[in-house]
Ligand binder design. Sequence first.
Ligand SMILES: *Cc1c(COP(=O)(O)O)cnc(C)c1O
Length: 383
Amino acid sequence: MRATKAIIHIENFKENIRNIRGFTADGVKMCVPVKADAYGHGAVECARAALECGVEYLAVATVEEGLELREAGIKSPVLLFSLCSPEEVEDAVKNDITPFVFDSEYISMFDRSAGKFGKNHYPVHLAIDTGMGRIGCLPEDAAHLAKVISDSDNLFQEGTMTHFATSDCKNPDSIEYTKKQFALFTNSIEEIRKEGLNPGICHCANSAATLDLPETHLDMVRPGIIVYGYDAGDVNAEYLAKKGTPIDLKPVMTLVTEISAIRHFKKGSSVGYGRTWTAEKDTDIAVLTIGYGDGFVRRFSRAGIKVAINGKEYPVRGRICMDQCMVDLGLDSGVKRWDKVVIFGAKSDGAMQTAEDIARMTDTISYEITTVLTRRVPRVFVD
Ligand SMILES: *Cc1c(COP(=O)(O)O)cnc(C)c1O
């Protein structure tokens, strides 16, 4: 196996889930999203580990992601968080993937397909857009669509959901917006009940709301990023400690590589494409076999990212290439060829930064740092 790999600490993942469970009341279900290959961590392994922790629902974004779980023998309910194409509906139904629905056309596609496969009590969740501006019906149409579902031949409303746009931002406007979204959601649920219909499992809490807004837990929470060990935006460790509800989330992924060569360069030598960096004095440059083809993306070159080698940090120099990048060791570093390099991850692996630190330096979110790792990076699962 190549030296560039993502070590996935399944025990950290399980510990995060157990710690998050401490924030929800007994009887509140948990849905763990394993979409985008479990935020880059490996969907099947994370799904199995989540189910071992008693998680009731898994979630994916595409039918294919759902099939991957089914092919691995996973039998739990699987929610489909995004919409699928008409030609994917049959595969979804055959494999008991539970869609979010919110319009008559999509509802009847699933109704017909369920009938075709003799599934006369097929679960769907009604999605309500209370302000995310993505999928869902308008709150005022929720009761009508619940009626459309209940009038269908083969479907039943197993659940009702909405999604928050700003629950991870703690400025006054965002807090107010989340409150408004939640009020619209609970009102819609009431409207559905007034029609004599059952909204089923009501759920809206993402990571931030799970940790910070217990009143939004309702029947189920859907924490994503925090199960993988990163803060939910402003709802970070410091914020929660101050609030008196501390949590110690452990990063699940450590990204490692090794030094494939050390080259001695004279002052004035340049490194990499475009010659964006030139040595101001004699130095040793380490060549690493990781690049943007692995998900160590090119724009990190500009952010002054450092990597950890034997407990010390060294800067990446020049542009990150597709398959390699270069690191400045300076003179007499004591670093040797084939030494291990830790890009980000758990302290116990020798990491000096997390995916979240890199995200901050590169103006993105931790989600993206782990999710963009490509197939070429083997995921190695350890306890
Ligand atoms: C991805 C997603 C989540 C999880 O969000 P986090 O911010 O990772 O907690 C929850 N619900 C829906 C609908 C999602 O798409």
